[in-house]
Design a protein around this ligand. Structure first.
Ligand SMILES: Nc1ncnc2c1ncn2[C@@H]1O[C@H](COP(=O)(O)OP(=O)(O)OP(=O)(O)O)[C@@H](O)[C@H]1O
Ligand SMILES: [Mg+2]
Length: 284
């Protein structure tokens, strides 16, 4: 079995991409939940996923200092790829603050260096390497794909060569969207770019669906916008489960304290569990 590779994207910031990647990974990998082998990849130079899933000290001493965070895949691909055999760029211990056993929950951490490095990528092939920037993530994932059931990629709200490397490496995407006009605009844009990318590269990145996230029934016109997303053929079918807006969630992201699923996610516990189940069904 090779891993199902899923990019989580929307070109609007703040719609909940990172939060969804974190929760989906924790639910899929939990031994008492679905018991899958999960690798998450932080492709965003903001490093929010890295921040909430691992200790800053480990990030610095084992990964960033040794040039083993994701930006170095793009800056020094030959050196970085030489670590594939030993998987030195994968954080495997103590990923997540959930108090549970995981089948495997691993992370390829990012670094703010990616802001700079992504601006300096070659147009064509790297010198002495038959690969272009957009090929690199696929190269890494292909070499690992028998070891995981799911690879989840947290994408930045930008179109550049690094997000295109995620498109090329992925079979599927999930599109979180908050019911407001800007997020819907970001959804439209990402769909247009994915279509263009598929055409230009003979690729078939398939949408698993639109996920309504940070849904707040008491906010004016959210129901109408959900209706618009549901009924317009321009958007991929929405997941049955919607993720509600819950201010409490942000408080439980601190890496220090270990929490149970119910403590961490409160009344989002069931919807996140259902969402993970829907993802498992939709990728079949
Ligand atoms: N369901 C939710 N309820 C309340 N707050 C949420 C929810 N989901 C995410 N948030 C909060 O909203 C903010 C943005 O979420 P998140 O970082 O997941 O979005 P993002 O789409 O990854 O943003 P970016 O595009 O900047 O990477 C965070 O502070 C997060 O804690
Ligand atoms: Mg994010």
């Amino acid at each position: 079995m090779t891993a199902k590779v899923i990019s989580i994207c929307n070109l609007k910031g703040g719609v909940g991409k990172t939060t969804i990647v974190m929760a989906l990974a924790e639910y899929l990998a939990g031994d008492t939940m679905y018991g899958k082998r999960v690798l998450v990849i932080d492709l965003d130079p903001q490093c929010n996923l890295t921040n909430i899933l691992m200790s800053e000290d480990v990030w610095f001493s084992q990964f960033e200092r040794n040039k083993l965070t994701l930006p170095y895949l793009f800056k020094q691909p030959k050196d970085f790829l030489s670590h594939i055999k030993n998987e030195d760029f994968i954080a495997k211990q103590d990923i997540s603050n959930i108090k549970a056993k995981f089948q495997s929950l691993h992370l390829i951490p990012s670094s703010p260096m990616l802001f700079e490095i992504q601006e300096e990528l070659p147009e064509g092939f790297y010198y002495n390497l038959g690969l272009k920037p957009i090929d690199l993530l696929k190269e890494v994932i292909n070499s690992l794909s028998k070891k995981y059931d799911y690879v989840l990629i947290d994408c930045p709200p930008t179109i550049n060569k690094t997000i295109k490397s995620a498109f090329l490496a992925s079979n599927f995407c999930i599109l979180p969207c908050t019911p407001n006009r800007m997020s819907i605009g970001g959804l439209r844009l990402i769909l247009r770019h994915i279509k263009k990318f598929n055409n230009e590269n003979g690729h078939n990145l398939t949408s698993l669906g639109t996920l309504i996230s940070r849904f707040n029934v008491s906010r004016a016109n959210e129901n109408q916008l959900v209706e618009l997303i549901m009924t317009s053929s321009e958007f991929p079918s929405i997941f049955r489960t919607k993720i509600a807006e819950r201010a409490q969630l942000a408080k439980n992201l601190d890496f220090g304290e270990k929490l149970t699923y119910k403590q961490k996610y409160g009344d989002l516990y069931d919807s996140l569990k259902d969402f993970a189940q829907e993802v498992i069904q939709r990728v079949k």
